[in-house]
Design a protein around this ligand. Sequence first.
Ligand code: BJW
Ligand code: ZN
Length: 228
Amino acid sequence: MRVVVLTGAGISAESGVPTFRDADGLWEGHRVEDVATPEAYDHAPITVHRFYDARRAALAGVEPNPAHHALARLEQGLGDDLLVVTQNIDDLHERAGSSRVLHMHGQLLSALCRACGGRMRWDGDLVDLPPCPGCGVSELRPDVVWFGEIPYEMDRISDRLAEADLFVSIGTSGAVYPAAGFVQAAASYGARTLELNLQPSEGTDWFHESRHGPAGVLVPAWVDEVLG
Ligand code: BJW
Ligand code: ZN
């Protein structure tokens, strides 16, 4: 059985990583739609760097939860038949042991050079405008996908959605495209679709089945079902 799993901020919530659109999802009064844009970065780069530097630093204090570990266990059972597509920029899937993961919205632990286009692992801050190790120019930005930018790996994701027998969406509000449209794409190609979320997402009616509750409970139970 070929499975594509889409994850969002809700899968990391029980690890202590804040979501974007829940009650505590604001950052210093900013909506994510106002901070996560190229225009916001051009207008106030220091503010945007502080937002991402704080989130990068906070990664050191969080751990994968049972939902991440369950998906790693599923990968051990299914191998290449499982693909995890995550909208999250944290590294909790990898730290739980998953290796077949696509970060469609980029990664906190990566920097992108606006001068030379290089992408590189980045563990520290960017707010002090360090020079790019490749070209020496101080034009490093977070390697994340903002509104109006094209998400990473779209061709591979589309191919895998077209081949999927099962599409499972975990912990995402369904408010952001193109990820919010994956359920319809997968279903149109013949996949069964399942939502695992704390509450009904904006796209809940598109799924064949929806289960509502915390990911740390729902995901291990679902993985047990799949692996029998
Ligand atoms: C739990 C839980 C627990 C809580 N257990 N669950 C079509 C229609 C309208 C607009 C558009 C459209 N197509 C494109 C657009 C424009 C735009 C868009 O979608 N706008 C909307 C606001 C309408 N999209 C774009 O601009 C995208 N680019 C694009 O479309 O390019 C064109 C193109 C695409 C494809 C091919 C060719 C061209 C880019 C979008 C980039 C989004 N970037 C961000 C920031 C990334 C960096 C960062 O992290 O800061 O990505 S915004 C933010 O939202 C972040 C997230 O990945 C993303 C999704 O959020 P998510 O994960 O769903 O989090 P929440 O907080 O919204 O929801 C959490 C859920 O978990 C809730 O439901 C809770 O209930 C639940 N939950 N605890 C289980 N314990
Ligand atoms: Zn460079």
